[in-house]
Design a protein. Structure first.
Length: 521
């Protein structure tokens, strides 16, 4: 197994563990909350830790800190790398203190911005949850710093498996709260569980000390590379912030679509981000430090990047294309298997399915855009991803508002289906961002492949798998959600793998040989 493949596998393994824990968390919450008012409030307030984690953990901090830190390590300047890490930690500590203090004090204002239509107990509960969640969100920023250090040292598994602690803490808190005291008590306990789970940084810190050495708080004035990190951090923050802005716009618009619209968007997002995290993030996260270590003249670096992007694009397409088709054909089965319990009904599962199908339209483009943004970050170009993100935001905001608020009225359907318009227009906007980034990269490093013939084979194999699985699903009739998923999901995967192997897709041959070796062992 090559080094970059091993890195992406380790990232994927860590993410898989954390996502499994996350799915269990969502199932426990669905049992107690369903898609009611409490679920709406928790989904809205939960945007707070997700926002900071996405901005600092998977976005701005990775884009700015990892390239500089990895470059110093690649050049053998380990002491300078430690000084840089310490200086960045000092800056983060100051920023976190300001964010947490401001967030706790401004909870009523934040609640008003996120959910102006909510009043009474629903508004008060929202404010309470925001005050609870902000300190935990601050701790997640330190966890993101640990992730940057560990990724740069090629220690991927722990970085992405650490959120298991966070998920388990929330699950334990919800189970302790139980049904006693109403759903308001459940979400308050879940919020406190989130804060306790944010101490996942304690799991990462020993490994950080082992690979990074004695990293201490340092004055950033005396560390020259800090200027580069800050200069790239701000555009990256704006880029990731722009994409997060779309999520808050969706949250705002969903309030006008009736009770449960906010919760159903959150439920669909958990499923939608699963393949993005497992495959898109794993490959992009493993590639960023490796691309940042590239040395040589401009032509050599460009050639190396093209080779890496060719391989990564083909790997991503192999896994993301069937994921998108599975959401279209089997979204109801997946939603039922994960959520359908307690207060979460079969009708709720169907609602999640339709909303999820809207997201599937842009799944591959959005995932490839994440990879291409990492390539720009390795080249210390944060402006191009920012421009692409701003265009995506503008499109998603305008088109989403029209699709969510106006189209249901034009069609004479229930306003709740406007949620589908939000996810579908977000998918379309993701295509535009992808095209902008790909065009910019081709101008910068030369053309790299996006093999149309291979893509057609992948989509054809995925559609065949979807039709086979759907036929079996219809034959099985009214089978319970979990047994249904246990039959049709493996069947879908086996059909896709067999079809792509028959079509001589290289990634299918690699995956098949791995499976055969493991079975023989």
């Amino acid at each position: 197994m090559t080094l970059r493949n091993r890195g992406s596998v380790l990232v994927g393994a860590g993410i898989l563990l954390s996502r499994i824990a996350g799915l269990v968390r969502q199932r426990v919450l669905a049992y107690y909350l369903g898609l009611g008012d409490a679920a709406d409030v928790f989904a809205a307030a939960f945007r707070v830790p997700n926002l900071l984690q996405n901005l600092f953990g998977e976005g701005a901090l990775s884009a700015s800190f990892i390239p500089s830190y990895s470059r110093l390590l690649g050049e053998g300047r380990e002491e300078e790398a430690r000084r840089l890490a310490g200086a960045v930690l000092s800056i983060l500590s100051l920023v976190v203190a300001i964010i947490v203090t401001g967030g706790v004090l401004a909870a009523p204002t934040i609640a008003n911005l996120l959910a102006p239509e909510w009043t009474g107990e629903k508004r008060l509960l929202m404010e309470q949850l925001i005050r609870i969640l902000f300190p935990g969100a601050g701790l997640l920023v330190f966890s993101a710093w640990c992730l940057g250090v560990l990724n740069s040292h090629r220690r991927f598994l722990l970085s992405y498996a650490a959120p298991v602690v966070w998920n388990l803490a929330i699950i334990a808190a919800v189970l302790l709260a139980g049904g006693a005291g109403g759903m308001g008590r459940v979400v308050v306990w879940a919020a406190w569980g989130s804060v306790a789970g944010s101490l996942q940084v304690a799991v990462q810190w020993p490994m950080v000390r082992e690979v990074g050495g004695a990293i201490w708080y340092r004055s950033w004035v005396s560390v020259p590379d800090v200027g580069i990190v800050v200069a790239t951090f701000l555009p990256a923050l704006l880029s990731r912030g722009a994409l997060q802005f779309v999520a808050f716009v969706d949250l705002y618009l969903a309030q006008f679509l009736g009770t449960s619209a906010v919760a159903v968007l959150a439920a669909a997002q958990v499923l939608y981000t699963l393949p993005v995290s497992l495959f898109g993030m794993s490959i992009s996260a493993a590639e960023l430090p490796e691309m940042s270590r590239e040395r040589g003249d401009t032509d050599a670096i460009a050639g190396s990047l093209r080779v890496r992007l060719d391989a990564a694009t083909q790997r991503l397409a192999f896994y993301i294309a069937p994921s998108a088709v599975a959401f279209l054909f089997l979204g109801g089965v997946l939603a039922g298997a994960i959520y359908q319990t307690g207060k979460f009904t079969a009708a709720d599962s169907q609602y999640v399915w339709i909303v999820l199908a809207g997201s599937a339209t842009g799944l591959l483009a959005s995932t490839l855009a994440r990879l291409y943004a990492s390539a720009f970050y390795s080249l210390r170009d944060t402006r191009t991803p920012l421009r692409a993100a701003l265009i995506r935001v503008a499109l998603a905001t305008v088109l989403g508002a029209v699709a969510a608020l106006l189209v249901p009225g034009w069609l004479g359907i229930d306003p709740k289906w406007g949620a589908v318009g939000l996810t579908a227009t977000a998918g379309f906007s993701g295509h535009i961002e992808f095209l902008i980034l790909r065009r910019g990269l081709c101008r910068r490093i030369g053309r790299f492949s996006l093999p149309q013939t291979e893509l057609a084979k992948l989509w054809g194999a995925a559609l065949l798998a979807g039709l086979v699985a759907t036929g079996v699903r219809l034959l099985l009739g009214a089978l319970a959600p979990l047994p249904m998923a246990a039959v049709v999901v493996p069947l879908f995967c086996a059909t896709y793998l067999a079809a792509t192997h028959t079509m001589d897709i290289p990634e299918a041959a690699v995956l098949t040989s791995r499976l055969v070796r493991r079975v023989r062992r």
